[in-house]
Design a protein around this ligand. Structure first.
Ligand SMILES: Nc1ncnc2c1ncn2[C@@H]1O[C@H](COP(=O)(O)OP(=O)(O)OP(=O)(O)O)[C@@H](O)[C@H]1O
Ligand SMILES: [Mg+2]
Length: 247
């Protein structure tokens, strides 16, 4: 007989048998729905429950993800929570968010990352305390770290999120080029890259990445874009980039 599928909506109960607690803690979907708190659009602290757009993103997450999105659907929230969860439950992870400007970086770090960490169940924070607590980076005792900045050049990352890449392409073309040639290659094929943005203009890297697929014109291999392979392997199956369009 198959084991019953654990429900992902079981809340934490202090009287829960330890084996049940540990089984839930091993379930990333459960953790995402039960451990993290966010501040909603009214500034009210609520437990994170993915909305339909976020759930679709979670279900379709791939190694390389490009999202052409509408405003305020919750992409920053869900991506930052998944990155934080990965850092909390895995050792030696390097995760980074590249934001469009300094102010956005500060807001993402404070309102998404730090807010979620600060509101974790106390036992979880005690199990994995901060060893560095700055305005832009969480460093955990398990040697995993999550930082939000306007660039990420040095190091190797297991998770990289490029936030509002269309705006970066439009306003800071040099930074966009540096991301494509310098930051994306720091993520190895087993790492996760999320690039998301609203549409901004009809040119630039993000525009090119989100254009409908069409027969590839013959071109020389030494262009900057040829350095990115937006394909990956999972379970032995080769697949193309997961491209999500959100209405
Ligand atoms: N599942 C959820 N339930 C309730 N509120 C949510 C949820 N997800 C996100 N929010 C809230 O919705 C607002 C927008 O979320 P977020 O900033 O993550 O969206 P976004 O798609 O990145 O927006 P933007 O287009 O401005 O970058 C925030 O106030 C956030 O806290
Ligand atoms: Mg956002």
């Amino acid at each position: 007989m198959n084991a019953p599928t654990p429900t992902i909506d079981v809340p934490i109960d202090e009287n829960m048998p330890p084996e049940k607690f540990h089984a839930l803690m091993r379930n990333a979907q459960w953790r995402l729905r039960n451990l993290y708190w966010i501040s909603d659009k009214d500034g009210k602290k609520i437990k994170f429950r993915p909305n339909a757009v976020q759930q679709r993103f979670i279900d379709n997450l791939w190694y390389r993800n490009i999202v052409l999105k509408a405003r305020q659907r919750g992409y920053s929230t869900v991506i930052q929570l998944m990155m934080l969860d990965t850092c909390l439950f895995n050792d030696n992870v390097r995760a980074a968010v590249i934001a469009q400007d300094e102010t956005s970086a500060e807001v993402i770090f404070r309102d998404k990352v730090k807010f979620a960490y600060d509101n974790l169940p106390p036992t979880l924070k005690q199990a994995n305390p901060l060893t560095k607590d700055s305005q832009s980076e969480l460093m955990l005792e398990n040697n995993s770290s999550l930082r939000v900045a306007i660039s990420a050049r040095s190091g190797t990352f297991q998770w990289l999120h490029i936030s509002e890449f269309g705006k970066i392409c439009a306003k800071r073309p040099d930074a966009a080029r540096e991301i494509v040639t310098g930051s994306l290659p720091t993520v190895d094929r087993n790492g996760i890259i999320c690039i998301e943005s609203t549409a901004e203009g009809a040119e630039g890297y993000f525009h090119d990445m989100t254009r409908s697929p069409r027969p590839r014109p013959k071109r020389r291999r030494n262009s900057a874009t040829s350095t990115i392979a937006f394909t990956s392997h999972r379970g032995g199956t080769r697949r193309n980039t997961s491209l999500t369009r959100s209405g």
